[in-house]
Design a binder for this molecule. Structure first.
Ligand SMILES: C[C@@H](Nc1nc2c(c3cc(-c4cn[nH]c4)ccc13)C(=O)N=C/C2=C\CC1CC1)C(C)(C)C
Length: 311
């Protein structure tokens, strides 16, 4: 029927007389669509329940005509390639499959049932050190995974850092990611000539001055996020974008009184103008602030600490 597609997996040497196992890829008709979870610039993410399995998903709906009219085909392909490359990691929203009907493309994805990290931070005001260590550690582990896959996020911010039903981190929103092709991945990060600029408060200075994006640009954003979790506000914030950019390129920020010493040391070694002088992910994992954190899969098994504000 409309929107559903049937694909066959042909067994190489079929044991039984069954020539092929029939895998039904679902279509629009197979879901009950619920509330809108978020709006992208040319897409909407909607909660949806599989009517047969009752499993809940997030479905990203892209309007084909709008994408073509707005010349966004490139971004749609970058996002889909990124999602496919990122495969299955606890800290990244997974893409299960896609289908389309005459008007739209549909991506069936993980539902991050507890929404944006920004929402939780706004309600609490700030995070105490233990919460910042737990959520910061998961963000870093997910970033490490993305970077080893040769992908720079480029727009990391509390709005697209989501929380799943276990209150664990899920990174998302990869339409503006940069995929370093093979040879670049290994060598020192290449300056990537590009037109994209992320969200003002988290943009790195190199993107503003040389239009370059590196893996360490994501670590600049990570430094801004650690600062914001503990203090309740981003380090570079002015009344308009231009003023915010000025603060960034002049490294014009300060720590509020009572900002914890180890966190201050970590942030001050990430918010560094020259991307080559910034801590690497390996350095950060060894930093005093993350002392005691068990990296790797263990970090995704730990139970989330009770959410408490930083006094
Ligand atoms: C950042 C993004 N917002 C969101 N993107 C996704 C969500 C999501 C969920 C809530 C939420 C859940 N409960 N309450 C709110 C709020 C915002 C969401 C989700 O569950 N699963 C996949 C998503 C995105 C997948 C994308 C890589 C393809 C924008 C604003 C761009 C739509």
């Amino acid at each position: 029927d409309k929107g559903a597609a049937v694909i066959y997996k042909i067994e190489k040497n079929p044991s039984s007389d069954e020539q092929a196992t029939k895998i039904i890829k679902k279509g629009v008709k197979d879901f009950n669509f619920g509330r809108t979870l978020g709006e992208g610039s040319y897409s909407t993410v909607v909660a949806a329940t599989d009517r047969q399995t009752l499993k809940e998903y997030a479905i990203k709906i892209l309007d084909k005509r709008h994408i073509i009219k707005e010349k966004k085909v490139k971004y749609v392909n970058i996002e889909k390639n990124t999602l496919n490359r990122l495969g299955d990691h606890p800290g990244v929203v997974s893409l299960y499959y896609t289908f389309q009907d005459e008007r739209s493309l549909f991506y069936v994805l993980d539902l991050a049932a507890n929404g944006e990290l920004l929402g939780v931070l706004k309600r609490l005001g700030s995070f105490d050190e233990e919460c910042t260590r737990y959520y910061g550690g998961q963000i870093l582990d997910a970033l490490d995974y993305m970077h080893t896959k040769g992908i720079i996020h480029r727009d990391l911010k509390p709005e697209n850092i989501l929380l799943d039903e276990h209150m664990r981190i899920k990174l998302t929103d990869f339409g503006t990611a940069k995929i370093l092709d093979q040879n670049e991945g290994e060598s020192q990060d290449q300056a990537r000539a590009n037109s994209f600029v992320g969200t003002a408060e988290y943009v790195s200075p190199e993107l503003l001055t040389d239009k370059a994006a590196y893996k360490s640009s994501d670590l600049w954003a990570f430094g801004c996020i650690i600062y914001q979790l503990l203090s309740g506000r981003p380090p570079f914030k002015a009344s308009n974008e231009y003023q915010t950019f000025q603060k960034i390129v002049h490294l014009d920020y300060s720590f509020p009184l009572g900002f914890p010493a180890h966190a201050r040391d970590l942030v001050s070694k990430l918010l560094v103008l020259d991307p080559k002088d910034r801590l690497t992910i390996e350095d950060i994992k060894k930093h005093e602030f993350f002392a005691g954190v068990e990296w790797g899969r263990a970090i995704w098994k730990a139970n989330p600490p009770k959410l408490r504000p930083h006094r």
